[in-house]
Ligand binder design. Structure first.
Ligand SMILES: CC(=O)SCCNC(=O)CCNC(=O)[C@H](O)C(C)(C)COP(=O)(O)OP(=O)(O)OC[C@H]1O[C@@H](n2cnc3c(N)ncnc32)[C@H](O)[C@@H]1OP(=O)(O)O
Length: 130
């Protein structure tokens, strides 16, 4: 995982942008980690589907850490960078960034390595065309 201080700008391309809503909070009013993972999975799926030219499934999520809380109303941006393309798999680092409530500076919230697999209509793996 990249160190937040060594990597002050997003890595990769913007794949998904959304707003953290009150419905995405737990009873204490904090945004759920699971909601963020869901957004990251969607962002990764968009990028992986483009690379794979069709249907993909998430096979693994590795090495995640939540670095800073997300507040309701924050614009949540997911950036994807393709790290590796195998026979059927695509490894993507997904980073989530928000802007600081105080000074508007971009802040990295979390990142994780997501592995997607290209699958056919029956759900079996398929080779990615290059
Ligand atoms: C967007 C969504 O659909 S989210 C839904 C949640 N995800 C799912 O339902 C997927 C459930 N899993 C599956 O259906 C199956 O595991 C499949 C079809 C994805 C893969 O089937 P497998 O029998 O594991 O395939 P196989 O062993 O050939 O591995 C396929 C590729 O995935 C890679 N892979 C498999 N497991 C892992 C893992 N845990 N971590 C990293 N890579 C992995 C393999 O290295 C291989 O890569 P390569 O083809 O580039 O060499």
């Amino acid at each position: 995982m990249n160190d937040i201080d060594d990597n002050p700008t997003p890595q990769g391309d913007l794949a998904l942008q959304t707003v953290a809503m009150p419905r995405d909070t737990n009873p204490s009013g904090d945004i759920f980690g699971g909601w963020l993972v869901s957004q990251m999975d969607l962002a990764g799926m968009v990028t992986a589907s483009e690379v794979a030219g069709g249907r993909v499934a998430t096979v693994a999520i590795e090495g995640m850490a939540f670095l800073t809380p997300v507040h309701v109303g924050a614009v949540v941006s997911c950036y994807c960078d393709v790290l590796e393309i195998g026979r059927s798999s695509i490894r993507i680092v997904v980073e989530v960034w928000i802007n600081s409530k105080h000074d508007g500076e971009p802040i990295k919230v979390t990142e994780g390595d997501f592995v997607f697999v290209a699958i056919d209509e029956t759900g079996r793996t398929r080779a990615i065309k290059r």
